[in-house]
Design a protein around this ligand. Structure first.
Ligand SMILES: Cc1cc2nc3c(=O)[nH]c(=O)nc-3n(C[C@H](O)[C@H](O)[C@H](O)COP(=O)(O)O)c2cc1C
Ligand SMILES: CC(C)CC(=O)C(=O)O
Length: 366
């Protein structure tokens, strides 16, 4: 079957990946309640189309922190793209460039940061986890600035990696061909030691991630880099207000694709309170469960400036390398453009909450 819709790639990817890798990619934390909620909450929101509005041209292009995008769509930071295809991050960053999408490289990318930057043809950010070894983080930040990365996204929902039962069952560990090559090898050693019934990445996080950081520590990082700082993993108005007060440059509303705290709401349900708390002063991005152009339109209508897509990009990569990842991103852009035409909203500025109906609330199931 030739894939046409983004979800078509999910099945194709599963059939070409080892079971433990597919489980790591597709799984979530705990009972995977939040994982399911992310997708089903989008499906629950009906659209309210307007007619007779001249939709011959629907413009999806936008800017984010001063960079041009073909559409308000980007690739969420995800570790170890080489787990899924030998092209790894080179495949996905080329796909993002060709599709005019933002690319956020993970701190645990399996390709050299400078090589990713050399293959990039569009905006590029670097995601960070705050390690106990601050020097290692700072060294990475310095290399990112030198290589031309445009912003840093500090992930704040992961003081440790959560219990992900698929990974515990498979005894998930990293194979030799997918390593976090941008971080000192000694600091990554436990991430590829197998131990039956445990997840190596969870054990590694307990050892190396710094769970003691607080809002006060952001100043330490900001004093040491001129790059804009975006926080990834905000879900409440309270934390959005603190983020604004601490002078960050953007917020990513995220529950880590249901991979961290299970039981938090779908991100599309957390988005309104964050958007309202921020009040337009900073860009607000959102990720989690975006599988169609209508999902993108719904997030923009609530007030997101850009939407990030995670697993679908790796489904595309796993199935067909750069071409597959690019097709996923282009399909989402084309479906967004179609959804704008058919809802009678020819510009992004027309996308406000009036396009959203009252959700049909049966989506959260256990
Ligand atoms: C395989 C995989 C690896 C991930 N690695 C990271 C990471 O290194 N850093 C991070 O901040 N988020 C990471 N995430 C979370 C994504 O950035 C994003 O929040 C999530 O995938 C969005 O949900 P979606 O997959 O439903 O689109 C990862 C997600 C997946 C699926
Ligand atoms: C290696 C992990 C910490 C990457 C991650 O964030 C994830 O798997 O969700």
């Amino acid at each position: 079957m030739k894939p046409l819709r983004v979800p078509d790639y999910a099945d194709l990817a599963r059939s070409c990946l080892a079971a433990d890798v597919a489980g790591y990619l597709n799984g979530g934390a705990g009972a995977e309640w939040t994982l399911r909620a992310n997708e089903s909450a989008y499906s629950a929101i009906p659209l309210r189309p307007r007619v007779l509005t001249d939709v011959e041209r629907c413009a999806t292009a936008t800017t984010l922190l001063g960079a041009d995008l073909a559409a308000p769509i980007g690739v969420a930071p995800m570790a170890y793209h080489r787990l899924f295809h030998p092209d790894g991050e080179i495949g996905t960053v080329r796909a993002a460039g060709a599709a005019g999408a933002l690319f956020v490289a993970s701190m645990f990318a399996s390709t050299d940061l400078a090589e990713i930057a050399a293959a990039a043809t569009g905006p590029l950010w670097l995601q960070l986890y705050w390690l106990r070894d601050r020097g290692a983080v700072l060294e990475l930040v310095g290399r990112a600035a030198e290589a031309g990365y445009g912003a840093l996204a500090l992930t704040v929902d992961t003081p440790r990696v959560a219990r992900r039962y698929r990974d515990l069952r498979s005894g998930f560990t990293l194979p030799a061909h997918a390593r976090a090559v941008n971080v000192d090898a000694a600091l990554m050693a436990t991430s590829h030691v197998a131990e039956a019934g445990t997840s190596a990445i969870e054990r590694h996080s307990l050892e190396r991630f710094d769970p003691r950081i607080t809002w006060a520590d952001l100043a330490w990082l900001r004093e040491r880099t001129a790059l804009p700082l975006v926080l990834k993993g905000i879900l409440t108005a309270e934390d959005a207000e603190l983020a604004v007060r601490h002078g960050v440059d953007g917020i990513i509303v995220s529950n880590h694709g249901g991979r961290q705290l299970d039981g938090v709401p779908a991100t599309i349900d957390a988005l309104p309170e964050v958007v309202d708390a921020v009040g337009g002063g900073l860009p607000v991005l959102v990720d989690g469960g975006v599988r169609t152009g209508s999902d993108v339109l719904k997030a923009l209508a609530v007030g997101a400036d850009t939407v990030l897509v995670g697993r679908p990009v790796l489904w595309g990569l796993a199935h067909a390398g750069t071409e597959g990842a690019q097709d996923v991103l282009q399909t989402l852009r084309e479906e967004l453009e179609e959804a704008m035409a058919l809802t009678g909203r020819p510009t992004l500025a027309h996308l406000d909450r009036s396009v959203l109906g009252t959700p049909n609330r049966t989506p959260y199931h256990h």
